[in-house]
Design a protein around this ligand. Structure first.
Ligand SMILES: NC(=O)c1ccc[n+]([C@@H]2O[C@H](COP(=O)([O-])OP(=O)(O)OC[C@H]3O[C@@H](n4cnc5c(N)ncnc54)[C@H](O)[C@@H]3O)[C@@H](O)[C@H]2O)c1
Length: 331
């Protein structure tokens, strides 16, 4: 059985591709390496370097491999930057997704597994439950929601099954820690390794529930094949909430360095983000998620071993008004 994993050289996608390969599936990865890394690509998979925006390439892949299941993770996922790269965001994350959905319909793919995001909920809707009406406040969340809705329409008209996940703040081994625009856990660990202060937007009281990769990737893998996931939407991840400032303190403790903070002006973001996982736990019979201390310790051990990778390339900014100065500098 042949499965496609887009974004399979990235963080979550590489864990998914590896698990699928271990379970005996023929795995094809499509990734343009804009955020992914060679070292993430699991041995035994077929890797195609290219973009989901390339319609001819996407169609050719489906013609060649007749994918039964598509796991679509490719995206430019810097939510905070998305208001400043609106055209790129919609081209890459929305139109690119539609290219895959078109091909999946045309080639009779059975199920399309999509990693959306809790960004679809927007602010002031905590705990975020799947029953809420999504109200995204930025182009990243809007694109994710549009893809969710297109998948629902595609099932209704063409019978393409879907399984949609809304993860949040995932961290762990394999994450790109040298992306200046996202992955606060990785950014903090990189700063510690480089002896720099840890940058925090605002006073650091904003809260997030950081989710360890092993509490996220395995359930997404199962969703390609299990009935409980058919045409369902699930939040996925950890429950325990921590402030960004406390996260910084914990990471400095793990690396045994004094905690120096660089306070940046607040940015346009959801202040408190945490979601309910009752649905996913009961559907997939999941246990308790890993504790933050344990998950961070595992990632820190991996980071100490692997070091800082080559930074991702700076994005071409489309809207400069209101761009956080620290991001303007990193261009
Ligand atoms: N990490 C999180 O906390 C989180 C939270 C919610 C949702 N998600 C979603 O999960 C998915 C994976 O996220 P991740 O954290 O592993 O990010 P990642 O950047 O590590 O992985 C994304 C991969 O997609 C690839 N990619 C980007 N644009 C592409 C294109 N046009 N064509 C082909 N490949 C392309 C990148 O090279 C990268 O390897 C994304 O869709 C993201 O929006 C992640």
């Amino acid at each position: 059985m042949s499965v496609l994993v887009t974004g399979g050289a990235g963080f979550i996608g590489s864990h998914i591709a590896a698990a699928l390969h271990r379970s005996g599936k023929t795995v094809v990865i499509l990734d343009d390496l804009s955020g992914g890394q060679w070292r993430n690509i699991p041995a035994g998979t077929t890797f195609v370097r290219g973009s989901i925006v390339d319609v001819a390439l996407v169609n050719q892949l489906f013609t060649d491999h007749h994918f039964t299941v598509v796991y679509h993770l490719a995206a430019y996922a810097a939510e905070g930057l998305s208001p400043f790269i609106r055209r790129f965001n919609y081209t890459n994350n929305l139109v690119g997704s539609i290219n895959l959905i078109n091909a999946a319909i045309n080639h009779g793919t059975r199920r399309f597994v999509f990693t959306s995001s809790i960004a679809v909920y927007g602010p002031g809707q905590t705990p975020m439950t799947e029953a809420l009406t999504p109200q995204p406040i930025d182009p990243y969340g809007i694109a994710k929601l549009a893809v969710e809705q297109d998948l629902q329409a595609a099932f209704a008209q063409f019978g393409l099954e879907y399984a949609i996940f809304r993860p949040h703040n995932v961290y762990g081994e394999g994450q790109h820690i040298a992306d200046p625009y996202r992955n606060v856990v990785g950014i903090f660990m990189r700063c510690v390794l480089e002896g720099r202060p840890l940058p925090i937007f605002g006073d650091g009281s904003q809260t997030r529930a950081f989710s360890y990769i092993d509490d996220v990737a395995p359930v997404i893998v199962r969703a390609g094949f299990e009935d409980v996931a058919r045409n369902e939407i699930f939040n996925v991840g950890a429950d325990s909430v921590v402030s960004v400032r406390d996260l910084a303190t914990e990471i400095c403790r793990l690396f045994d360095v004094p905690c120096r903070i660089e306070t940046l002006p607040p940015r346009h973001e959801v202040v408190d983000a945490f979601s309910s996982h009752e649905r996913v736990r009961s559907a997939f019979n999941l246990g308790e998620p890993r504790s933050l201390a344990d998950g961070l310790a595992r990632m820190a051990a991996w980071v100490k071993q692997t070091g800082v990778p080559t930074p991702t390339e700076a994005q071409a900014i489309e809207v400069t008004r209101g761009l956080p100065p620290s991001w303007a500098q990193s261009r």
